[in-house]
Structures are given as C-alpha cells and as structure tokens.
Ligand binder design. Structure first.
Ligand code: UDX
Length: 441
C-alpha cells in the first residue's frame, strides 16, 4: 500500500521508516528542503538508535523516499499521516499549537483523488480530527476521505523498538473502509498479536493524553516520595522497588530524579489541563504533577548548593549529561536547562559533557563550558553532578575521579550509584531521596 507521511520529525520519520519496513511504499514529505536533501543523502537529522540503518535499507529497496512536493507524496496514497509538531503555543497559555496540523489539512485536501484515510499521528487535543475533517471538506467538497486518529507511544531513544513491538495500537476511526485500510497498514503487528484498540477519534485522542499524563503523574509522585524520604530518613530506591513489585503499580517510571523533561510530558500535561479547563473541569492530579515537576528542578539547585556547603559562588561544578534522558540528543525541556543557568547566576563555573547532546545544548546554554569527556569535565571541579543517566557514566573510575577533582563531592541526580560505594572512595555522596538530608534554608 502507498502511504504518505507529512512531517519528518521524531514521529514522522520513525513512523514512515517503520511503515516501509512493514513492506509498504512510503513517501515522507517535509517543507524543509535542507532536511529532505540530508535524508535523501542518508543523513538522519536526529539521533535515534537503529533509525539510520533502517532508513538506508528501505531507501535502497525503494520502499522509502523523501520529497518536498505534496503532489508526489499524495499521488496514489491510500493513507496520509499528519505527523507535524503540536508544540505548546507561544501564547504561553499551555494550549497545543495546532496551526501546523491545520495547515497540512488545507494543503493535502486538493490532492485527494481517490478514497483516502487522513490519519492524525501527531498528539492533538480532543476534537482535532473533527476540525481536520471540516477543513478538508471546505477545501475540497468532492474529496472522498475519512479522518482517523492514530496516536504514537514512542519513547525517544527507543522509538524503533516501540513502533515495531508496541504494547498496543490505538486507532480512532468511524468509517468501515478506513478501518480496513488501517488494519492492512498494521497487519505485520496484527500477525504478532499486538492488541489493536479500535474506537472513535475523540476517545483515541484522549487515550494519548491520559496515558502520557499518567506517566508524568507517576514520576512526580515518586519525586514527592523522594522528598519525603529525605525528610524522614527513608530510601526512595528501595521504596520504589518494593512498590513496583505490586503488579497493580508496576516498576517502571518510579525513578526519582530532577523531574521529567522532553518534547512530550511537559507539553501534553499542559494541553490536557487546558482541555479540561475549556470544559469547566480541573484535573487537580495532573496540575499537581506539573507543579511538583517544576519545583523538583528548583530543589535540585538547592541540593547542589547545600552539597557545596551553602553557596556555589566561585565553585567549579562538573555536569555529566545534558539531554532530557539518555539515548537521545534532544534538549527540549531538559532538566539541565532549568538547573545549570541557576547555578551560573549564583557565581558557579559549570563544565558539562554529554555523549550526544552538546551540539544541541551549546546555543541553549551559552554561559557554560563543554568538555570532551567526563574526566576532562571533572578536572579541578569542586563537585560532579550526574544529570542524565547515560550508560558511559554508570561505571566511572571513582579513584581517577577523586584524583582529578579539587573536592570530592558526588551529586547523583539519577540515583545511579550506591551511596556506600561512592562514600567508600572518600566522596561526599548526595542522591535524590537517599536517606535523611538536613534541609537548610
Ligand atoms: C514519553 C512517553 O514515554 C512516550 O510513550 C510518549 O509517546 C512520548 O513521551 P519520552 O518523552 O521520549 O516518551 O521519554 P520518557 O522515557 O517517557 O521520559 C520522559 C522524561 O521522564 C525524561 O526526562 C525522563 O528522564 C523522565 N523520567 C522517566 C523520570 O524522571 N523517571 C522515570 O522513572 C522515567
């Protein structure tokens, strides 16, 4: 089957490539000529494990191609996936900016020749499919089409795996013909018995937000518990492990840390809260999760200050990891963006390293220095902060670290290390929720 993908960002590029891996003929369209040129030359603009190889193979097998021409993309396509960004609107009020989605709906309408399923893959508020339908009808009253909602559940750094072996596929669709086409598109997953949930478009749209917001709530919950552990002298890592053994709770997304970041949780929680408010409701749990999350980043600044004896002025702080999570170069809403400028503002010198994200981080963090590796970063540092749990930071040579540093203060914001292991090497160790911390003002 021929599929068109509109938008070659994290979602569009991964979805289009995986659909071609399924055996479909896929044309990915983007307005950005430079990006399309790069993709045609086999250069992938994002760091996503396994993507480069999969793109290369499917382009060679002529199942996957890239274009800036809407006609080429739409020609003969039985399904068109809208995978453009829905960022938090610049109005700063938390609404999702749907202008890109609506612009695509308007652009594709005149090119709908035969029956076509227009599929919202982007994360869009409840009711967007109805608006997309209205726009297309208005642009091309003769168009024979239906609109479906097919939200993605891809984690950055694991997007290929999440697409090829998802826990479930959610499809919101009214029309039987559209359902048939989407069944055919996802047939390879159907054959490995992946649950496919068919529902209406509004339920499908809300499932995405409800799922992401719940994951964000889990993270803010465990971060709140971590703060209570510091006040009471309990250990959040053991607490989370024991909680997770209850299969009604589940062990994932119970890692305390500096708070969630990324391109999804921050914007999706705000957009969901807005949707509720528009309907005269307030999602107090999700609202609390958002507040706890931003407070957590501020708490990390205090934690670092405290570990340095009460002031970071004149101190050198090495920071390991900048990306919002490991296995990605994505800096969107990364905890580092909230924490590092606050330290510099109070007079600290900050030197950071990240295996993938330094290029993306440089323009966003002009006031910090960058090192070529973790050991260079810690040289002459008063403290080292583990900000993002990249694998290469999980087995640091603590003896070497101790020799290179001016003071031996280890602040582990991802609880990667066992406190005693680090303390035995002569470090002052500080984690998140790892026993009593006397809180100073
Ligand atoms: C998320 C959802 O997981 C995915 O299903 C959805 O499609 C897109 O948003 P992503 O944002 O790529 O994926 O990353 P994820 O792995 O969910 O982590 C999000 C943030 O939460 C990261 O900053 C991570 O560091 C943080 N996190 C995650 C925690 O602080 N603790 C945890 O236990 C898990």
């Amino acid at each position: 089957m021929k599929i068109a993908i509109i938008g070659t960002g994290y979602v569009g590029l991964v979805s289009g490539t995986c659909f071609s891996e399924f055996g479909h003929e896929v044309v990915c369209l983007d307005k950005d000529e430079k990006k399309i040129e790069a993709l045609r030359g086999g250069k992938i603009p994002i760091y996503e494990p396994g993507l480069e190889q999969m793109v290369k193979e499917n382009v060679e097998d002529k199942r996957l191609s890239f274009t800036t021409d809407i006609k080429t993309a739409m020609e003969g396509a039985q399904a068109v996936f809208i995978a453009v960004g829905t960022p938090t609107s610049r109005r700063g009020d938390g609404y999702a900016d749907l202008s890109y989605v609506y612009a695509v709906a308007k652009e594709i309408a005149p090119h709908i020749q035969n029956y076509t399923v227009v599929v919202d893959k982007s994360t869009v508020p409840v009711g967007t499919a109805d608006e997309v339908r209205r726009i297309i009808k208005e642009e091309n009253p003769q168009a024979d089409f239906d609109v479906a909602s097919n939200p993605e559940f891809l984690r950055e750094g694991a997007a290929i795996a999440d697409f090829m072996r998802p826990d479930r596929v959610v499809i919101g669709v009214q029309d039987e013909k559209a359902k048939e086409i989407l069944r055919k598109i996802y047939k390879p997953l159907y054959l490995i018995e992946t649950p496919i949930v068919f529902t209406d478009t509004r339920t499908a749209e809300l499932i995405k937000y409800a799922s992401n917001a719940f994951l964000a709530v889990k993270i803010s919950y465990i971060n709140d518990m971590a703060n209570l552990c510091e006040a009471t002298g309990a250990d959040v890592v053991t607490l989370a492990k024991a909680m997770g053994l209850d299969n009604r709770i589940g062990k994932k997304f119970l890692h305390a840390g500096p708070g969630y970041g990324g391109s999804c949780f921050p914007k999706d929680t705000l957009a969901l809260n807005k949707t509720a408010q528009e309907h005269g409701l307030s999602l107090r749990i999700v609202e609390a999760a958002v507040e706890i999350n931003s407070a957590q980043k501020a708490k990390m600044v205090k934690k670092i200050r405290q570990a340095l004896g009460g002031s970071e002025a004149g101190k050198t702080i090495a920071v390991l990891g900048l990306a919002f999570k490991p296995e990605t170069d994505d800096m969107r809403d990364a905890a580092a963006l909230a924490i590092l400028p606050a330290l510099v503002e109070k007079g600290a010198r900050v030197i950071a390293h990240d295996p993938q994200a330094m290029e993306a981080a440089k323009p966003m963090l002009p006031e910090i220095e960058f090192a070529t590796g973790p050991y260079e970063a810690v040289t002459d540092a008063d403290a080292v902060v583990l900000m993002t749990e990249w694998n290469e930071y999980r087995a640091l040579d603590l003896d070497r670290l101790g020799e290179l540093m001016k003071q031996k203060i280890f602040i582990d914001l991802r609880n990667v290390y066992e406190p005693e292991t680090v303390r035995e090497k002569g470090f002052a160790y500080v984690g998140v929720g790892r026993g009593k911390v006397v809180s100073s003002k």
